[in-house]
Design a protein around this ligand. Structure first.
Ligand code: MGD
Ligand code: SF4
Length: 750
C-alpha cells in the first residue's frame, strides 16, 4: 500500500514564488573538534574584518550561543561558538556552523500564501500579511464564538512555539502540544521524576567530563551531536573513562567503547534488572548512599533476585559474564558513573518503566548528586514581561482523549485523535496552528495525521521552508530564520545559570517575519493588545534583561552572561541530608504512587513482538549532520549528507543477495511501501534481526529541491505504535520491514 495524500484538503506543492534565490554557500566547515590553533586563527581574522552579532543556534535544541559574522556588505560569512557559553564551550557542531544554510536556502517560503480554488483546482496564491492575518483573526474569532477558543489547537516546536503559546493562552486556549514530549523525551522525565523527584530536562545534568564510567543505552552521543555533551565525552575518554554502550548497532559511541553490548532490540529492561541483580547480590551497590537516601530497597532486592544474568542472557543475548563484568565496572567507578537517560526514548511503550530502571540503577550506584554522575542543575528564572492574567480555559490538552496519569505536557497524538470527527468526542478540535514542526515526518501513523488534517476545518502553518506540512495548510506564513530575528532570552539548566540572547544578524529576507511579530499581529486583531503591549520584541528583552541586572546593550556585546549559583553546591557533601521531591522525600526504588494508580511499583520485563519471518525490526537514529527532517534541504548540510542508507547485516545481505549501494524499497508489516528507494549499506555494525537508517530523509515535496526523493522516510513506515500507559508516549520501534529489490512503483505514479 502506498500512502498517497489525495483528500479534500489536497496537498499542494508550494511553488517557489517570489524573489529568486541567493546562491547556496557550501564552503568548508569548521568541523566540530577541528584543530584549535586553526580555530583561534580564524577567530582572530574574523574579529578584525567582520562585525559580530550575538545569537543562539536553532539548528537543534541544545541552543548553543554563537557569534554570527557579517562582512561590510552585510553578508553572513561565518557562525562560531561563543567562548563563554556552557552549552558549547566556544565551539559549534558541524550542523551549527552550517546554520547559515537555513538563511541562504533559495527554497525558503517567501511570502504569505492562501489556499484558493481556481477552475476546480486547489492551489495557493500570494497574499499580503495584512490579508493573511485578517483572515486568521476572523476565523479564530468565529471558532471562539461557536466552539470556544479551546477548539483551536497549537502544535509547535522550537522558538516560534513560545511566542504562539503566549498568543494562545491570552486567547483562552491551552490545547497545545509538541512532539518533543510524546515522541521524544517524555518517558525519561516520568521515569526519573518518579524515582528522584526531578525531571532531567535539557541539557541533561550529567557530569560527563568528570565521569569514570559512562553507560549509553540506545543513546548515541556523537551522532545525536549535542554539543557540550559530545565535547565532555571526548574529554572523559581522554581521561580514561570507561564507556559501555548498549545498542543493537555499532554506533559511533559504541565504536569508542570498551564494551559494546549488542543487545537484542526491545529487551533493555531485562538487562537493567539483571545489572541491579548483580549489584545487589554481589553487595556492590553504594550501601551508605542507598541507606541514607533510598526508599524501598528491600522490595527492590526481593524483586530483582530472580533476574540473574543467566535469565537475562536468554532474553537479551548478552552473555552472563559480560553482564557481570560491566556491572562490576560500574560499581568500581561509582559514584562517578552515569547510566545516561537518553533523549529520544519512545521505543516500545514501556519506556517510562525502562527509564525508571535506568534511574534506579543510578540510585543504587549513588550517582545522583555526585561528581562524575548527575549534578544539581540550576537555571535563571527570566521574569515575564507584564501582561494581564491569562483567562482560564474550560478545557485543554489535559481533558482531551485518553488520560495518562503522568502526562505533564500535551500529547500530540491525542490532539490528532481529538480532531477526528467522533460522536463521543466532548472536546472537538476545529482549527490548528502548526509552528516549527513538520508533523508529516514527525508523528507516527501518517495516515491518521493526514486524516485529522482533512477533518480540521482551518489550518495555519508557520514555517521557514516549504516542508510537507505546509502543503496541507489553508494559510502559510513564512517565518524568517533565527539569524533574522529576536527571540526569547535563552535560559536553560546547567552547572551554572546563564542567559544568551538572539539578536537579528541580518534583515529578514523576502517577505518573511518573526514569530513574535506574527503572534502580536494576530493578537492585536483579536483584541488582545494588553498582552502585547510593546512595539518591538527588543523592548521585551531589554525590560527582562534590566530585571536581571543587565541590559540588551551589554548582552549584544557579550552574547552570554553567566551568574553565580544560588541553589547550593553542585553535589552532595559527604553524609549531607537531602530531601528529594518524591512522596517519601527519598529516591524511590519502590513507588507506592505507581501502585496507587494501578501500575507496577518496580519495572518488569515484558516480551515485545518479534519480526515475522522475512521481516527485520526498523531501527532508526540521528545523522550527525542533520536534525530531524528540518535540515535535509539546508544547502550546507545537504552537501555533507544528502541521503540515508539502509544498514544491513552481511548475513541478511547474503540471504537476500544484497550488495552495498543496491537500490531497495521497504514494505512494513501493514503493507505500507516506502515511497522512494534507499541504498543498501552492508555492514557488521548492525544485528541480523534489524535494519537501520537515519531519520528525517525521504522528503516527498518537490519544492525541497535538494531533499526531494532522497532516501526513505522512517516515519512513513511507522504505522504501529505502542503507547506508554503512564504518560502517553508513542513507542515507535515495534515496526518491521521486508526488503524489496524490485521497484514496487514501476507501474504507479507516486
Ligand atoms: P522536523 O521534522 O525537523 O522536526 O519533530 P519536528 O520538530 O517536527 O520539523 C521541524 C520543522 O520546523 C520543519 O518544518 C522546519 O522547516 C521548521 N523550522 C525550522 N526552523 C524554524 C523556525 O525558525 N521557525 C519556524 N516557524 N519553523 C522552523 C521533532 C520530533 O520528531 C522529535 S523532538 C523527536 S525526538 C522525534 N524523533 C523522531 C525520530 O527519530 N524518528 C521518527 N520516525 N519520528 C520522530 N519524531 C519526533
Ligand atoms: Fe546548533 Fe550543534 Fe549546538 Fe545544536 S548542538 S544548537 S546544531 S551548534
Amino acid at each position: 500500500m502506498i500512502l498517497m495524500t489525495t483528500s479534500r484538503r489536497k496537498f499542494i506543492k508550494i511553488s517557489a514564488l517570489g524573489l529568486g534565490g541567493v546562491a547556496a554557500s557550501t564552503t568548508a566547515f569548521n568541523m566540530f573538534g577541528a584543530n584549535s590553533y586553526l580555530d583561534e586563527l580564524v577567530k582572530e581574522n574574523v574579529a578584525k574584518k567582520f562585525k559580530r552579532t550575538a545569537t543562539y543556534c536553532e539548528v537543534c535544541f541544545w541552543k548553543c550561543a554563537a557569534w554570527a559574522h557579517t562582512n561590510e556588505d552585510g553578508e553572513i560569512k561565518k557562525i562560531i561558538g561563543n567562548e563563554n557559553d556552557p552549552h558549547c564551550f566556544g565551539r559549534l557542531c558541524p550542523r551549527g556552523t552550517g546554520g547559515v544554510g537555513m538563511y541562504n536556502d533559495e527554497d525558503r517560503l517567501k511570502t504569505p500564501l492562501i489556499r484558493t480554488n481556481i477552475n476546480g483546482e486547489e492551489t495557493y496564491r500570494e497574499a499580503s500579511w495584512e490579508e493573511a492575518l485578517d483572515l486568521i483573526a476572523s476565523k479564530f474569532k468565529g471558532y471562539k464564538e461557536t466552539y470556544g477558543a479551546e477548539s483551536i489547537a497549537l502544535l509547535k516546536h522550537g522558538s516560534p512555539g513560545s511566542h504562539l503559546e503566549h498568543l494562545f493562552k491570552a486567547f483562552g486556549s491551552d490545547t497545545i502540544a509538541e512532539p518533543a514530549y510524546a515522541q521524544c523525551r517524555g518517558p525519561r522525565e516520568t521515569g526519573f521524576g518518579l524515582t528522584f523527584g526531578s525531571w532531567i530536562g535539557s541539557p541533561e545534568p550529567t557530569d560527563i567530563r568528570d565521569t569514570k564510567c559512562l553507560v549509553l543505552i540506545g543513546s548515541h552521543i556523537g551522532e545525536n551531536m549535542h554539543n557540550s555533551q559530545v565535547q565532555e565525552m571526548s574529554d572523559a575518554i581522554d581521561n580514561g573513562a570507561t564507556i559501555i554502550t548498549v545498542d543493537p548497532r555499532l554506533s559511533t559511541a559504541a565504536s569508542k567503547s570498551e564494551h559494546w553490548l549488542a543487545i537484542k532490540p526491545a529487551t533493555d529492561i531485562a538487562l537493567l534488572l539483571s545489572w541491579m541483580n548483580v549489584l545487589i547480590e554481589e553487595g556492590l551497590y553504594n550501601k551508605n548512599y542507598v541507606e541514607k537516601y533510598g526508599f524501598g530497597f528491600d522490595q527492590l532486592k526481593d524483586h530483582v533476585k530472580q533476574f540473574t544474568p543467566e535469565w537475562a542472557y536468554g532474553i537479551t543475548t548478552i552473555k552472563p559474564e559480560e553482564i557481570r563484568k560491566t556491572a562490576r565496572i560500574m560499581a568500581a567507578a561509582a559514584p562517578s558513573v552515569i547510566i545516561h537517560p537518553g533523549r529520544h526514548v519512545v521505543w516500545y511503550g514501556d519506556d517510562s518503566q525502562r527509564e525508571r530502571a535506568i534511574a534506579m540503577l543510578n540510585g543504587l550506584l549513588g550517582s545522583w548528586g555526585n561528581r562524575g554522575g548527575f549534578y544539581f542543575k540550576e537555571s535563571l528564572k527570566v521574569p515575564k514581561f507584564p501582561h494581564p492574567a491569562y483567562p482560564e480555559p474550560k478545557w485543554g490538552w489535559k481533558e482531551i482523549g485518553e488520560k495518562y496519569p503522568y502526562a505533564e505536557m500535551g500529547i500530540t497524538s491525542e490532539l490528532v485523535k481529538a480532531t477526528l470527527p467522533s460522536e463521543d468526542n466532548e472536546h472537538p478540535i476545529k482549527a490548528w496552528l502548526v509552528a516549527g514542526t513538520n508533523l508529516i515526518n514527525t508523528l507516527p501513523q501518517r495516515e491518521k495525521t493526514i486524516e485529522a488534517i482533512n477533518a480540521v476545518e482551518f489550518m495555519v502553518v508557520v514555517d521557514t521552508m516549504p516542508m510537507e506540512i505546509t502543503g496541507y495548510a489553508d494559510v502559510v506564513l513564512p517565518e524568517c530564520t533565527y539569524l533574522e530575528r529576536y527571540d526569547d532570552i535563552r535560559s536553560a539548566t546547567n552547572r551554572i545559570p546563564s542567559i544568551a540572547v538572539r539578536v537579528p544578524v541580518v534583515e529578514p529576507k523576502y517577505d518573511s517575519k518573526p514569530a513574535w511579530w506574527i503572534s502580536k499581529e494576530i493578537g492585536e486583531r483579536l483584541g488582545l493588545h494588553d498582552y502585547f503591549n510593546y512595539n518591538d520584541f527588543e523592548e521585551v528583552i531589554d525590560w527582562q534583561l534590566h530585571e536581571l541586572g543587565t541590559s540588551l546593550e551589554e548582552m549584544k556585546k557579550v552574547g552570554v552572561k553567566v551568574f553565580d549559583r544560588k541553589s547550593g553546591p553542585l553535589f552532595l557533601e559527604e553524609g549531607q541530608d537531602h530531601t528529594f521531591y518524591t512522596p517519601s522525600g527519598k529516591i524511590e526504588f519502590y513507588s507506592q504512587q505507581l501502585v496507587n494508580k494501578g501500575f507496577d511499583p518496580m519495572p518488569v520485563y515484558t516480551a515485545h513482538p518479534e519480526p515475522p519471518q522475512g521481516f527485520y525490526r526498523l531501527n532508526y537514529g540521528r545523522s550527525p549532520m542533520h536534525t530531524f527532517s528540518r535540515t535535509i534541504n539546508n544547502p550546507n548540510l545537504n552537501a555533507l549528507k544528502s541521503e540515508n542508507t539502509l544498514w544491513v547485516n552481511p548475513k541478511v545481505a547474503r540471504i537476500l543477495s544484497l550488495k552495498t549501494n543496491q537500490e531497495v524499497w521497504l514494505k512494513n508489516q501493514d503493507d505500507v511501501i516506502s515511497t522512494f528507494s534507499i541504498k543498501v549499506r552492508v555492514t557488521e555494525r548492525v544485528r541480523w534481526d534489524s535494519v537501520y537508517m537515519y531519520h528525517g530523509f525521504g522528503h516527498n515535496n518537490e519544492k525541497l529541491s535538494r531533499a526531494f526523493g532522497k532516501g526513505v522516510s522512517d516515519t512513513e513506515l511507522i504505522t504501529k505504535i505502542a503507547v506508554d500507559p503512564l504518560m502517553g508516549g508513542t513507542g515507535l520501534r515495534g515496526n518491521f520491514v521486508s526488503i524489496l529489490t524490485e521497484n514496487p512503483h514501476k507501474n504507479t505514479e507516486i
